[in-house]
Write a protein that binds this ligand. Structure first.
Ligand code: JET
Length: 277
């Protein structure tokens, strides 16, 4: 997969050279180009913003530098920061990328979006700042490529950079070969249930007793049936306590007698579970 990022703060993306993402890039499973929006300004102050039309606080990003940046990045033509070593190298892996614009007003990015976007050959992220990017930029871009405005959650960040990092990590760890064997095994075992209906319960490692606190004995019993059941109990308890809205989406036919017992212990009305169907 190829990913291009357009930003006024290239330094935000230094962590993409570390750990899993760094290894994925070294192994060429992932190619990331980070581009400075100011490379596509033409005035002496490299202006990227102006006052909001209609008045109001803050500043709005100008559409023209964004459009020039997107055109340049998606045509494979050389740009100022390619000359400065910013280019990820090579030719684009597909003719038309998908443009992602992180914004609090976008549709919420979920694991389903990560899975879907991990199947794309080429993504471009546009990191807005201030009060956002002039809306005509996304309209214009949409005449040339698919455009998605996505939110990582209901809070406001100073700019799209951190949201872009979040989405790239969620997407890239799903690319074939990116996770090592141990990590991919973990992923397989949770692939179906992960973040769809139940959150994961607690996990433990060695030592079996730490500061007087035991690992739950069932986990050391070697009884795999009992271990699976215990893990599901704990996942149900944690879900009802922390994320009850996930459980409301749980069809009652997916709940066995023991599930209902655990939920009743947590004070969850079984009638509400039935009503969710
Ligand atoms: C965000 C994403 O804050 C978030 O995104 C960054 C951001 C901040 C300010 C303006 C902005 O503009 C984007 C734009 O889109 C059309 O103009 C983006 C919070 N949750 N998810």
């Amino acid at each position: 997969m190829r990913i291009d990022i357009i930003t006024i703060f290239r330094d935000y993306f230094a962590p993409l050279d570390l750990s899993l993402m760094g290894k994925a890039q070294q192994r060429e499973l992932l190619t990331i180009g980070v581009h400075d929006l100011r490379s596509w300004t033409h005035d002496r102050h490299n202006t990227v913003d102006d006052t909001p039309s209609g008045g109001g606080p803050g500043m709005v990003m100008l559409p023209e530098p964004w459009n020039e940046a997107l055109t340049s990045v998606t045509s494979g033509a050389s740009s100022a920061d390619e000359a400065s070593g910013a280019d990820a190298g090579g030719v684009p892996t597909a003719e038309v990328p998908r443009l992602i614009v992180p914004t609090p007003s976008g549709a919420v990015f979920t694991q389903r979006d990560a899975e879907r976007l991990a199947r794309e050959p080429w993504l471009v992220f546009a990191c807005g700042r201030y009060e956002g990017i002039d809306a005509r930029f996304a309209e214009e871009a949409a005449t040339r490529m698919p455009v998605e405005e996505l939110s990582i959650g209901d809070y406001v960040l100073a700019g799209g950079e951190v949201a872009t990092l979040v989405m790239i990590e969620a997407i890239a760890r799903l690319l074939p070969g990116v996770l090592g064997n141990s990590e991919s095994a973990v992923q397989d075992s949770f692939a179906e249930g992960a973040m769809s209906h139940l959150v994961e319960g607690p996990v433990y490692t060695k030592p079996p007793v730490w500061r007087g606190r035991e690992v739950p004995p069932v986990l050391l019993s070697g009884h795999h049936g009992a271990i699976d059941r215990w893990r599901r109990d704990e996942a149900l308890r944690k879900t009802v306590r922390n994320r009850p809205e996930l459980l409301r989406g749980h069809a009652s036919e997916d709940l066995d007698a023991r599930d209902r017992e655990v939920l009743a212990e947590e004070g969850w009305p079984s009638s509400s579970v039935d009503m969710a169907d």
